[in-house]
Design a protein around this ligand. Structure first.
Ligand code: DOR
Ligand code: ZN
Length: 457
C-alpha cells in the first residue's frame, strides 16, 4: 500500500540522531521513518536532496490578537507568518479582547482559529482576580494551560493577589496543566519608570533601566515559592535575565516542575542596539546586556532553559511610535508600545546560530520542537519524528543564504528590529499533518489548522 506522502533523500534530524533517509505520512500521521530503501512508495513523493528533515517546529508563545485586536494580527495572517518561517504549531496567548477567562472564550477562539489557521494551535486561559473557579472548566474546554500577567501588558490585565493565588495555584495543580507567567514585579517596574521619567531620559536606550533584572527575578522567585508550596507546574515565559535563569536552574535541581523559555532577541540583542532600531526593539521584559544573553545561552545548552519561543507580538507602526527605520516618532520611549512580530524570523535567526556553530541542529530540534511539545504536554503527538505522531515536518536548507527583509514578512504588521540580518539556514518547506502548507518561504495551503489538546501527566 502506498503512503499519502513520502519525503526521501534528505538528512533526518532528531535530538538524538542524524541519518540519511526520510519519512512517510499516512492519514496525517507518521507511518515510517528511516533510510530511503526502508520507506514505502508515496502517492506524493517529495525529494529532500541536500536538505534536512526536522520534526515540525513549534513556537510556544505567539499573540495572534484575535478576537478584538485584528488590526494588529488575526489567525489568518499570524498563521501565514508562522508557516512561512517553518512553524507548524503555535501556543497562542490569552490577552485578546475579550480575554480568555472562561471556557466559552476557549471555544469561541477555537472556532475563529479553525476557520483561518494554516497551522495547528493550542490555546491558553488567563487567570485574573475573579476566575479561579474557571480553571477546571477551561481545562475541560481544551485549554493547554494558564497564564498570569504579573507584569503589565497589552490589555492591562490584572493579576490575582497573593491571597487569591493560593486558590489559583491549588486549582491549577488539580488541572494538571502548567501555569505560565509573565514575570515582572509591577512595583519595582513603576519605581524605576517614574525615576527615568523624572530624569527626563526619554531615549529608547533607557528602556532596559525601567525594568532591571530584579524586576523579573523577584517575580520568578515569588512564583516558584507558590509553585513549590502547591505542587504546580510552572513555566517562565520570555526569560531575559541571568538571575531568573539561576532561579529556574536551582528549582529544577530541587526536583520542581519548573521550565523556562527565552527568545532570539534576548540571545542576540542588547539595549545599545536601540540607538539604531529605537522602539522597534522595545519589548517587555526588555533585552539586556550581553552577560544576560550569554547566561541564557548557557541555560539553553546545559538544559536549564528549556526552549526557544518568540513572543510574536505585532503592533502597527503608529502604535510602535517609530518609522520603519526605527526613528522614534513619539516624545518618549514610554509612549511607544512594546512587542514586535517574531514568529517568522525566529527559525532563520536560530538556524543561523546553528550555522555559526553555537549549537548543533540536533540541539535546535530539541529546543524548538521536542521541548516545547513536552512543556505544553503535547508530546509525542507533536514535537517528534515517530511512528504514530502527527505528520508535521519542517524541511530546512542549511546552505541557503539570505538576509531578513521585513517588507516581505507575512504578519499583518511587520515592524521588526531584524531588518537586514544576514542568515545562513532557512526553512524551505513546512508540512502540517501531511499537508504541504509552505514552499520556498511562501504559504501555499488552506486553513487546515486544528486545536491540539494536551495529555497531562
Ligand atoms: O512587549 C510585550 N508585548 N511583552 C509581552 O509580554 C506582551 C506583548 C504584547 O502583547 O504586545
Ligand atoms: Zn507574550
Amino acid at each position: 500500500m502506498k503512503a499519502d506522502m513520502v519525503i526521501r533523500n534528505g538528512t533526518v534530524v532528531t535530538p538524538e540522531n542524524t541519518f540519511d533517509g526520510g519519512v512517510a505520512i499516512h492519514d496525517g500521521k507518521f507511518v515510517a521513518i528511516g533510510t530511503n530503501d526502508s520507506l514505502p512508495e508515496g502517492v506524493e513523493e517529495i525529494d529532500a536532496k541536500g536538505k534536512h528533515i526536522l520534526p515540525g517546529l513549534i513556537d510556544g508563545h505567539v499573540h495572534f490578537r484575535e478576537p478584538g485586536m485584528t488590526h494588529k494580527e488575526d489567525f489568518g495572517t499570524g498563521s501565514r507568518a508562522a508557516i512561512s518561517g517553518g512553524i507548524t504549531c503555535v501556543v497562542e496567548m490569552p490577552n485578546t479582547i475579550p480575554p480568555v477567562t472562561h471556557p466559552e472564550q476557549v471555544v469561541e477562539k477555537k472556532k475563529l482559529a479553525e476557520e483561518k489557521s494554516l497551522v495547528d494551535f493550542a490555546l491558553l486561559g488567563v487567570i485574573v482576580q475573579t476566575n479561579a473557579d474557571q480553571i477546571l472548566p477551561m481545562a475541560r474546554a481544551g485549554a493547554v494551560g494558564y497564564k498570569i500577567f504579573f507584569g503589565e501588558t497589552i490589555g492591562n490585565l490584572p493579576f490575582p493577589d497573593d491571597g487569591v493565588c493560593q486558590d489559583v495555584f491549588q486549582n491549577i495543580t488539580e488541572s494538571r496543566l502548567p501555569l505560565c507567567i509573565h514575570a515582572e514585579n509591577r512595583q519595582i517596574m513603576y519605581h524605576h519608570l517614574n525615576r527615568i521619567k523624572e530624569e527626563g531620559k526619554t531615549g529608547a536606550v533607557n528602556w532596559e533601566s525601567t525594568r532591571p533584572y530584579l524586576c523579573e527575578a523577584e517575580s520568578v522567585h515569588h512564583a516558584i515559592f507558590f509553585a513549590e508550596t502547591f505542587g504546580t507546574k510552572l513555566h517562565v515565559l520570555h526569560m531575559s535575565s541571568k538571575q531568573a535563569a539561576g532561579l529556574v536552574r536551582d528549582a529544577k535541581a530541587r526536583g520542581l516542575r519548573v521550565t523556562a523559555e527565552t527568545g532570539p532577541h534576548y540571545l542576540l540583542r542588547q539595549p545599545s542596539d536601540m540607538e539604531k532600531v529605537g522602539p522597534l526593539l522595545k519589548m517587555n521584559p526588555p533585552v539586556r546586556t550581553r552577560d544576560h544573553g550569554e547566561a541564557l545561552w548557557d541555560g539553553l545548552l546545559n538544559g536549564y532553559v528549556d526552549m526557544i519561543a518568540t513572543d510574536h507580538s505585532p503592533h502597527t507602526l503608529e502604535e510602535k511610535g517609530a518609522d520603519i527605520d526605527g526613528n522614534m516618532l513619539k516624545p518618549a520611549i514610554w509612549d511607544c508600545i512594546s512587542g514586535f512580530c517574531g514568529v517568522e524570523t525566529g527559525p532563520p535567526l536560530m538556524l543561523n546560530e546553528v550555522s555559526n556553530g553555537r549549537m548543533s541542529l540536533n540541539h535546535y530540534v530539541k529546543l524548538a520542537s521536542e521541548n516545547p511539545a513536552k512543556v505544553w504536554q503535547l508530546y509525542p503527538q507533536k514535537g517528534a519524528l515517530r511512528v504514530g505522531s502527527d505528520g508535521d515536518v519542517t524541511i530546512v536548507d542549511m546552505d541557503k543564504e539570505t538576509a531578513i527583509d521585513i517588507t516581505k514578512l507575512h504578519s499583518k504588521n511587520n515592524p521588526s528590529p531584524w531588518h537586514g540580518w544576514k542568515i545562513k539556514g532557512v526553512p524551505v518547506m513546512a508540512i502540517v499533518r501531511g499537508h504541504v502548507q509552505m514552499r520556498d518561504g511562501e504559504p501555499v495551503g488552506g486553513p487546515i489548522g486544528r486545536m491540539v489538546v494536551p495529555t497531562p501527566d
